[in-house]
Write a protein that binds this ligand. Structure first.
Ligand code: G1P
Length: 306
């Protein structure tokens, strides 16, 4: 087992983005699902903004075929910028440039799509022995409810790995990794994770604490992932590797903590939740909000009757 210094600062984030997005076909036939707009920004930009706001300046995206648009989005667009500059359209120019300066972006391809655990494993060389964050692109966390910075703080205090937990209806637990927890005295929102199971049936679920798509991982996870057999769906599951980590001692890079999230989260991988995210964020926008809210009120009041 590699010896690791768990108190090294967290500076890198890994964003798995190799999924095919079949739930959004045909929109995702030729466009990566991560590029679908939430109001006027692609979903993936919110995720990169979140990592950047938590102080993570180095982001590795794990991509696959048909994902080149992601690289272009976080790169300069000289022709477009020149055109807007010539027109003196400062506002649009600022919006085009916004995504470029968020972080240092790196890309690696996953090759075979063998699951989330496998996607994390291909980041090993880039992450090189430091604790690191993982952000799943389908989960959009409202920027006003900071979660990642709290998770990093907990990792720096307690070492080991940290998962984000959210209470869900028992009937929904089969959609998530599920954690068994006990109090650890570090704060009302922090737990010691004693067990984890990927997408259990409600009868087998040890709790209604769902793992949501933010992780801060000790690099010991890589050695564990290499030995993790395919699990649910025949895929190498990150949840299974975390379960093993939860049984290891701190000196082996083990121990898993959970941070309970009570803020606003949208699952943009789900069509109905994706629409909810757009409506909510549009309502709150200073530029679009006032007009959109009044239209929506009218729509709900009249068109939706019956
Ligand atoms: C993945 C993880 C699961 C986690 C979920 C959060 O599942 O495997 O443990 O609860 O993300 O969104 P997916 O939704 O990719 O099937």
């Amino acid at each position: 087992m590699t010896t690791t210094n768990t108190r090294m600062p967290v500076t890198k984030a890994v964003v798995p983005a190799a999924g095919l997005g079949t739930r959004f076909l045909p929109a995702t036939k030729a466009t990566p699902k991560e590029m679908l707009p939430v109001v006027d920004k692609p979903a993936i930009q919110y995720v990169v903004e979140e990592a950047s706001a938590a102080g993570l300046s180095d982001i590795l995206m794990v991509t696959g075929r048909n994902k080149r648009a992601l690289e272009d989005h976080f790169d300069r667009a000289y022709e477009l910028e020149e055109l807007l500059a010539r027109k003196g359209d400062e506002d649009k120019l600022r919006r085009v440039r916004e995504s470029v300066s968020l972080a240092n972006m790196h890309y690696v391809r996953q090759g075979d799509p063998k699951g989330l655990g496998h996607a994390v494993l291909v980041a090993e060389q880039h992450v090189a022995g430091q604790p690191f964050a993982v952000l799943l692109g389908d989960d959009l966390i409202d920027p006003r409810d900071p979660l990642l910075s709290r998770m990093i703080e907990v990792q720096q205090e307690l070492g080991g790995s940290v998962v984000a937990l959210m209470e869900v209806e028992p009937s929904q637990i089969h959609l998530y990794g599920c954690a068994a927890v006990e109090a650890n005295g570090f704060g009302a929102d922090v737990f010691h994770v004693t067990d984890l199971v990927e997408k259990p049936e409600v009868a087998d679920a040890p709790s209604n604490y769902a793992v949501i798509g933010r992780y801060v991982l000790d690099p010991a996870v890589f050695d564990v992932l290499k030995k993790t057999e395919p699990g649910r769906g025949g895929e190498i599951q990150l949840t299974d590797a975390l379960r093993t980590l939860s049984t290891l001692g701190a000196e082996e890079g083990g121990q898993v903590h959970g941070v309970l999230f009570k803020g606003r989260r949208y699952d943009t991988g789900d069509r109905a939740d994706y629409l909810r995210a757009i409506v909510r964020l549009a309502c709150e926008r200073e530029d679009l909000g006032p007009e959109f809210r009044s239209w929506l009120k009218n729509f709900v009041g009249t068109e939706m009757q019956g």
